[in-house]
Write a protein that binds this ligand. Sequence first.
Ligand SMILES: C[S@@+](CC[C@H](N)C(=O)[O-])C[C@H]1O[C@@H](n2cnc3c(N)ncnc32)[C@H](O)[C@@H]1O
Length: 214
Amino acid sequence: MNFLSEELEDYIKQHCETEPELLQELNHETWEKVLNPRMLSGHVQGRALSMLSNMIKPNNILEIGTFTGYSAICLAEGLVEGGTIDTIDINEELETLAKTYFKKAKIEHQVNYMIGNAVELIPTLKKQYDLVFIDADKENYAVYYDLVFDKLNTGGYIIVDNVLWSGKVLHKPKPEDIDTRAIIDFNKKVQNDSRVQNVLFSIRDGLMVVRKKN
Ligand SMILES: C[S@@+](CC[C@H](N)C(=O)[O-])C[C@H]1O[C@@H](n2cnc3c(N)ncnc32)[C@H](O)[C@@H]1O
């Protein structure tokens, strides 16, 4: 969802770092071959994720919702030497494409790609993380937040995608609209959490950036 005019969106793209060629290729191949290609972060959000990761310089990243690997590659750009990214997706059909691009990006040795339900897999993870990116099923956003919180180092960050949900967060959702209700509840939960500092950035469909306070 874009909230700005196409002209402004283009202007923003022209004044962000150019999308790396490999990511342009992945973007293109995702649109050619995969259902719901819009889920991919894309040029501006991808550069924002890379910038944030480069600022944080994480040792370990956890991503929930790999899709075709676009955001994982962007986030991995900020890893310190020897750093790792654990990334989870429930859809095994995406494995070949994601793994192909992790290889092309020369990050396959840093990526621990897990296929399965994140709700079940996260409790099995033994690492501590400096950065967590939540970008999977919306109804579990609050569950993911709670599951990862103790695995996040103090001073670490959680970045959460789609928190504006195409602007639907402004209106009372219909009873059957579980995703909108979940995102509204999630945003309230973060806003009321005294353990964190949070800023909602209006990048693309909304990125909530959360820092775990001391
Ligand atoms: C919005 S896409 C992720 C996009 C990706 N982060 C990017 O920016 O390119 C959401 C992904 O979450 C995955 N997903 C949905 N429910 C999940 C679950 N319970 N556990 C793990 N992955 C899940 C979907 O299969 C889908 O690939």
